[in-house]
Design a protein around this ligand. Structure first.
Ligand code: HEM
Length: 402
C-alpha cells in the first residue's frame, strides 16, 4: 500500500520539476539548489525523495538492501503501478535473482571477450573518423556519435543489420519511461509496438551469429544457469542499456572537446589521454543523469527520516558536479582523475557494460586525436530532451585534418 504523499517536516521541499524542459536544458543551477538544501530533499511535484550530493548518491546506489531496484529504477513504483514491459531481470531485480543474471552477463563481458573486440572497434573508429574528416563539416550526432555504437556493439553481439534503426527509438522508450508519463514519454512511445516487436524478434537465438556475444548468453541456458525465457530478456537489457547511453556519451564528449579548446589541444598533443578524456566527459556531461530506488524499510538519509516504500531519485549528474567531492567541478579537465563519478552507477548494479563503453570512447577519441587538427562548433547545437538521458539532437561541427 502507498504511504501518504508527504515527507517528514525536517526534509527540505523542492518544488522544481526535474522533468521539465528548462530543468532538462540546463539542470546545473537546479542541482546546486538541491544539494545546498540538504542531504535529501522532497520533490513536491512527484511526492518522492531525491539525493543530489555525491556522498548520498553513492550511499543510496551502494545500499541495495535498503534501496531496492525490483520496484523499478524510474519514478514508477512497481509495488503500486504495473510496469509498461516485463521488468528487466537484471536492472530491475534484487538478489538473489540479480546475482544469478548479473553473473551470466559479467561472464559474457569478461576482460578476455572485451580484448577480442578491440581490433574491430579500432578499425571501425578509423573508418568513421576518415569519413568525417572527408566531409569537413558534419553533424556530431547523426554522422559521428550515432553510427559508431549502432555499428560496433550490435556487430559484437551478433544481431542482424536489417532493422537496426529500431535500436535508438527503443532506448528512447526505455529511458523516457524512467520519468513521469509526460509529453516526452508519449512521443517516445508513438511507434512502440513495431519497435518492441523488432527488438524481441531479434533477441531470439536463431537470429544471432554463431560467433557473437549474444549466443554466449544462450550458452548459460545449456548450463542450466538461465531459463530459455531469461536469455532473450538479458539480451534485451544489452540493447536497451548499451546503445543510447554510449551515443550520448560520445556526442557530449565531442561537444566538450569542441567547446574547451585547450582540452582538445591537450588531447591532440597526447592521444594517449583519450580514455581519460572520455571518462571526464562522462563526469562533466553524463548521459545518465538520474536513476531511482525504492526504500525497503524505514531509514534515514543524512540523519533525515525516510519512510518505507518511497521512491528516491539519485541524481548522478549532480553528484558529478558536487563541490563537496570535486575541485573545480564545473571545469572540463581531461587530466583530472574522474574515476568516482556516478555516471555508470555504483554498487551491485554498477554498469555491467562499462568496459564496452570505455573501449568505444577510447577507440573513437584516439582516432580523432590522431587524424584531426581542430574541431570547432559551426552553429549553436540543439539539445535532445529525454527524461533521464542528457544529449544533443544536432551538433554542427567542422574539423580540419591533421
Ligand atoms: C556510456 C555508456 C553507458 C552509461 C552512461 C551507462 C550507465 C549505466 C548505469 C548508471 C547503470 C546503473 C543503473 C542503476 O544503478 O540502476 C547501468 C547498468 C547497466 N548497464 Fe550501462 N551504461 C552505459 C553503457 C552500457 C553498455 C555498452 C552496456 C552493454 C554492454 C550496458 C549495459 C548495462 C546493464 C545490462 C546494466 C544493468 C546492470 C545491473 O543492474 O546489474 N551499459 N548502466
Amino acid at each position: 500500500m502507498s504511504e501518504p504523499a508527504v515527507c517528514a517536516e525536517a526534509v527540505p521541499v523542492i518544488a522544481d520539476d526535474p522533468f521539465s524542459i528548462p530543468f532538462l536544458h540546463d539542470p546545473y543551477p537546479y542541482y546546486a539548489r538541491m544539494r545546498d538544501a540538504g542531504p535529501v530533499v522532497w520533490l513536491s511535484q512527484y511526492h518522492c525523495y531525491a539525493v543530489a550530493r555525491h556522498d548520498e548518491v553513492q550511499k543510496v546506489l551502494g545500499d541495495w538492501e535498503t534501496f531496492i531496484s525490483a520496484a523499478g529504477v524510474g519514478l514508477a513504483n512497481f509495488h503500486d503501478e504495473k510496469p509498461w514491459r516485463p521488468p528487466s531481470i537484471v536492472l530491475e531485480a534484487d538478489p538473489p535473482l540479480h546475482t544469478r543474471t548479473r553473473t551470466a552477463l559479467t561472464r559474457v563481458l569478461s576482460p578476455g571477450n572485451i580484448r577480442k573486440l578491440r581490433q574491430q572497434f579500432e578499425r571501425e573508429a578509423e573508418i568513421l573518423v576518415d569519413r568525417v574528416v572527408g566531409m569537413g563539416r558534419f553533424d556530431g550526432i547523426a554522422d559521428f556519435a550515432e553510427p559508431y555504437p549502432v555499428k560496433v556493439f550490435p556487430d559484437a553481439i551478433g544481431i542482424p543489420e536489417r532493422g537496426r534503426e529500431n535500436l535508438l527509438p527503443y532506448g528512447s522508450m526505455v529511458f523516457n519511461s524512467f520519468g513521469p508519463r509526460n509529453a516526452l514519454t508519449e512521443a517516445a512511445f508513438a511507434d512502440a509496438d513495431a519497435v518492441r516487436g523488432w527488438i524481441m524478434e531479434n533477441c531470439a537465438r536463431e537470429r544471432l551469429t554463431p560467433d557473437g556475444l549474444g549466443v554466449q548468453i544462450y550458452a548459460a541456458v545449456e548450463s542450466g544457469e538461465l531459463s530459455e525465457q531469461e536469455a532473450p530478456m538479458l539480451l534485451r537489457s544489452f540493447l536497451s542499456a548499451g546503445i543510447d547511453t554510449t551515443v550520448d556519451a560520445l556526442g557530449n564528449t565531442l561537444w566538450c572537446l569542441a567547446t574547451f579548446k585547450d582540452q582538445w589541444e591537450k588531447l591532440r598533443q597526447d592521444p594517449a589521454l583519450a580514455r581519460n578524456a572520455f571518462e571526464e566527459g562522462l563526469r562533466y556531461e553524463g548521459p545518465a543523469q538520474v536513476f531511482f530506488r525504492t526504500t525497503a524499510r524505514d531509514t534515514a538519509i543524512g540523519g533525515l527520516p525516510v519512510g518505507r516504500n518511497r521512491k528516491v531519485a539519485a541524481f548522478m549528474g549532480s553528484a558529478n558536479r558536487d563541490p563537496r567531492r570535486w575541485a573545480n567541478p564545473d571545469a572540463f579537465d581531461i587530466e583530472r582523475r574522474a574515476v568516482g563519478h556516478m555516471t555508470l552507477g555504483t554498487g551491485i548494479h554498477g554498469c555491467v557494460g562499462q568496459a564496452v563503453a570505455r573501449l568505444e570512447g577510447e577507440a573513437l577519441l584516439t582516432a580523432l586525436a590522431r587524424k584531426v587538427k581542430s574541431v570547432e562548433l559551426t552553429a549553436e547545437p540543439t539539445r535532445h530532451y529525454n527524461n533521464v538521458l542528457r544529449s544533443f539532437e544536432r551538433l554542427p561541427v567542422q574539423v580540419t585534418p591533421a
